[in-house]
Design a binder for this molecule. Structure first.
Ligand code: SF4
Length: 704
């Protein structure tokens, strides 16, 4: 039974979304432990989750009151909330009047709660009159969104975590869940320990911790995933390991995929992927022989100029084998951030509309604008993440409002983002912490309430919606993000923002989903508090939620069938290597850090695992450059340089190097910031950047 001073909430880090019990003692000290009753983690927490109490209690870095500069040459100075809102509204109004609504925009985060996401979308698309609202989720899962829409008709993860224990084959591609989704991975490991026949295939150019549990590690060359998945498809078709009945009854476009899969021989595919042909056949055989097959993927597939092709090529394997809509089976995109899924529900991207409606559909736009009672919603997508910073750099956009994200470390080709914010007329940064490097670009800095300091909801990777209560007061004058947004909207003179609390925002969001595929009109804070979490859809007040989609094989497409999609390209040719830049840089996460370290960077215990940035490099490549383990090296791309300590091993492929993406300023801006090097090219459909593929050279650092 829950004790009086105990509160059940959700971890604020990754998309696994573990349940946490928070306890506050009489002195105000906070402790956290895994929620034994929560279906996701059943009491388990990873190192990041276990140390959340330190983050919640350490207010030394917090932004405590609004700060404003009167001009770029002046320092930030403390102001009242009234002055801050007056200035923000005056500047936004004047810019919109002079340059039109598309000259302003909002750049938000998959860490925002659903209510905040909902409000910023309503404000931007429905009242300011621009679709310039995008999110850092664009940088991590927009390719999966497009992939799901193309294959299943909607951005809809079909399965649950509980399917893990019902599966007997996992293909984990472009993901390192042992470090990045640890509790989910622990469930997979436990399942395999209890069922040794379960097969795990890992696709990654690096031998990561996840490979420790793998039956087969396909250590492919970067950018060759589509070729690999197509080769597997070819083998499945040739060996008649496909589900003909499912394909005939429930899919369309099989021939296009067959044609794509047969473009290359197995031998050629193996050669291009840099892996033995026998391993590709073995992996395909594991999939073809499985009773229940799950594919899992994250950034290794999504963050690419061919991210959508990678997604559809992988999902084709589930359709070929009829592995969807049944226990233990389905294509499962793992979200990186805690509420990336919630953001998608409210249409929290420049190309989306609320409740998975289509921005390009006039009927859908009218439904939403009538519901909000604001302006007509524009049909053209707004600026996506990289486009927004390009528009600020070129002067097309004049003002940006950044919420809960740190683009000065996380954007690809980050020097461009710096120039963009310097060039902007007006930058609002709304965040909890001065640790964010982006705060120094703010003309107006707004203090936001953090985890445990506000109430709201989040949706994890398996469509599970949970309520997060307010447990403690925010420090200083910090306000919940939702309140900041509705107060700003009121100051702009927009009607329909006179909320008294977040619960009213949530009710409005739920009502707007009515009749859609993600209908959660049966939900309310009361239900979430009393009955626990629910997986959408939840279409009426006694509905218990939907753990698995498509059990009736009725997909969300117009013809109700699942759609095979031929990948539009086989190769990633975004940036060719040459003698000057002969290596491919891959970026990613380490176990105990989160995003740009604004929270995890201040927890001493989390620094014991990997305290500093490092470049992982194959011993052969290091030997050829006279670099030894522990040496400082300079990594150079066509966009910038990074100085960093080198970790030499045989775990990474030759001609590939790896740099974690978390670190920003260490000694100076060029020390360890991976995105000095990365490319801001994007997938043409999903507009997700190519973080995993840029040509670099590495040389031993010599002190000048
Ligand atoms: Fe938090 Fe993710 Fe760790 Fe769970 S696995 S405790 S959600 S960081």
């Amino acid at each position: 039974m829950q004790k009086k001073n105990e509160h059940k909430t959700i971890c604020s880090y990754c998309g696994v979304g573990c349940g946490i019990v928070v306890e506050q003692d009489s002195k105000g000290n906070i402790s956290v432990e895994g929620d034994q009753d929560y279906p996701v983690n059943k009491g388990m927490l990873c190192s990041k989750g276990k140390n959340l109490n330190y983050v919640a209690q350490d207010t030394s870095d917090r932004i405590l009151y609004p700060e404003m500069r009167w001009s770029r040459n002046h320092p930030l100075q403390r102001v009242s909330w009234d002055t801050a809102f007056d200035r923000a509204a005056a500047v936004f109004r004047s810019i919109i009047e002079k340059h039109g609504p598309d000259s302003v925009g909002f750049y938000v985060s998959g860490q925002c709660l659903t209510e905040e996401y909902y409000l910023v979308n309503k404000l931007t698309k429905g009242f300011i009159g621009t679709n310039n609202i995008d999110t850092n989720s664009r940088l991590c899962m927009s390719s999966a969104v497009v992939g799901y829409k193309k294959m299943l008709g909607e951005d809809s993860v079909p399965i649950s975590y509980d399917d893990i224990e019902l599966s007997d084959c996992f293909l984990i591609a472009g993901a390192n869940p042992a470090w990045c989704h640890p509790i989910l991975f622990r469930r997979i490991e436990n399942h395999k320990e209890n069922n040794p026949n379960v097969k795990i295939i890992v696709v990654d150019p690096r031998k990561t911790q996840t490979c420790a549990a793998a039956d087969l590690h396909l250590q492919i060359l970067p950018g060759t995933d589509v070729i690999l998945f197509n080769a597997m498809a070819r083998w499945l078709i040739e060996k008649k390991k496909i589900d003909k009945n499912f394909i005939k009854k429930h899919t369309v476009n099989f021939d296009a995929v067959k044609e794509s899969a047969f473009q290359l021989s197995m031998k050629k595919a193996a050669e291009l992927c840099g892996i033995p042909i026998e391993d590709i056949k073995k992996a395909a055989m594991y999939i073809g022989n499985a009773n229940a097959f799950i594919s899992m993927w994250t950034m290794g597939l999504n963050q690419s100029v061919i991210g959508v092709s990678k997604n559809v090529a992988l999902m084709n394997l589930s359709l070929l084998t009829g592995q969807i809509g049944k226990p233990g089976a389905g294509p499962f995109s793992l979200t990186g951030q805690p509420n990336a899924m919630g953001g998608r529900e409210v249409g929290g991207m420049a190309s989306l509309l609320a409740a998975h409606r289509e921005l390009g559909n006039p009927k859908h736009r009218k439904e939403v604008s009538d519901f909000w009672g604001g302006k007509e919603i524009k049909s053209e997508p707004g600026y996506t993440a990289t486009e927004m910073f390009d528009a600020l750099e070129s002067g097309k956009m004049k003002a940006v409002w950044i919420i809960c994200t740190n683009p000065i470390v996380s954007m690809p080709n980050v020097h461009k983002a710096e120039k963009a914010l310097k060039n902007a007329n007006f930058v609002v940064v709304q965040d909890i912490s001065h640790n964010s490097e982006t705060t120094k670009y703010a003309d107006l800095l707004l203090p936001a309430a953090g985890w445990l300091e506000k109430e709201g909801t989040m949706t994890n990777s398996e469509r599970r919606i949970s309520y997060l209560p307010k447990v403690i007061d925010a420090p200083g004058e910090a306000l919940p993000d939702a309140e900041i947004l509705w107060k700003f909207a009121q100051k702009m003179g927009y009607h329909g923002f006179d909320y008294k609390n977040a619960s009213e925002v949530y009710d409005e969001h739920c009502l707007l989903t009515k009749g859609t595929e993600i209908d959660i009109s049966g939900l309310s804070y009361e239900r979430l508090k009393n009955e626990g979490s629910f997986q959408w859809p939840v279409p009426h007040a006694t509905h218990k939620g939907t753990p698995r989609l498509f059990t009736d094989y009725q997909f969300f497409t117009n013809d109700k069938k699942s759609h095979f999609n031929a990948p539009y390209t086989l190769y990633n040719k975004s940036e060719l290597t040459n003698p000057e830049y002969p290596l491919i840089l891959n970026t990613g996460r380490v176990r105990d850090q989160w995003h740009t370290r604004t929270k995890t960077g201040k927890v001493k215990r989390l620094l014991t695992h990997i305290p500093d940035p490092y470049l992982e490099m194959n011993k052969v490549d290091a030997y050829l450059r006279k670099i030894k383990d522990g040496d400082i090296a300079v990594v150079k791309s066509r966009r910038g340089t990074v100085r960093v300590k080198v970790k030499v091993n045989f775990d990474i492929r030759e001609k590939v190097v790896f740099l974690p993406m978390h670190w920003g300023k260490v000694l100076n801006n060029d020390f360890g910031r991976a995105n000095n090097l990365t490319n801001d090219l994007v997938d043409p459909v999903s507009k997700e950047p190519d973080f995993k593929y840029c040509a670099v050279e590495v040389a031993k650092y010599v002190k000048p």
